[in-house]
Design a protein. Structure first.
Length: 114
């Protein structure tokens, strides 16, 4: 590589680069948007929110930063499955609602026993 060991380690111990600083600031914005969405927005929606607010960065950069801090969006199927499970508590349990909910839960790969 043409870099001495001492030079490499001096660079590693030095001040953070401009990109590292910008990534930290962007990560904080991403955390705020993700928290405001009740932890449901993924990278595409967060990228759109950043663009709407005037912060133009690549979607892949948003994905990389989200992955680095352990943030992830909620899959649509998971949201629909939660709604189906919650509606069990609201509907009166008749043979029609039981059959309807059983088939609906089967579609999302959830247990069918009520």
């Amino acid at each position: 590589m043409g870099v001495s060991r001492s030079g490499f380690h001096a660079c590693q111990a030095g001040e953070p680069s401009a990109r590292d600083i910008a990534d930290r600031e962007l990560t904080e914005l991403i955390r705020q948007i993700h928290a405001a969405s009740r932890d449901s927005y993924g990278a595409p929606r967060i990228h759109a929110e950043l663009a709407d607010s005037g912060t133009h960065v690549g979607r892949e950069r948003v994905e990389r930063l989200m992955k680095a801090v352990g943030l992830a969006g909620v899959a649509v199927a998971e949201v629909l499955a939660r709604r189906a499970a919650m509606s069990l508590c609201v509907l009166p349990l008749t043979s029609w609602t039981a059959t309807f909910m059983r088939t609906r839960r089967m579609r999302f790969g959830l247990p069918t026993s009520l």
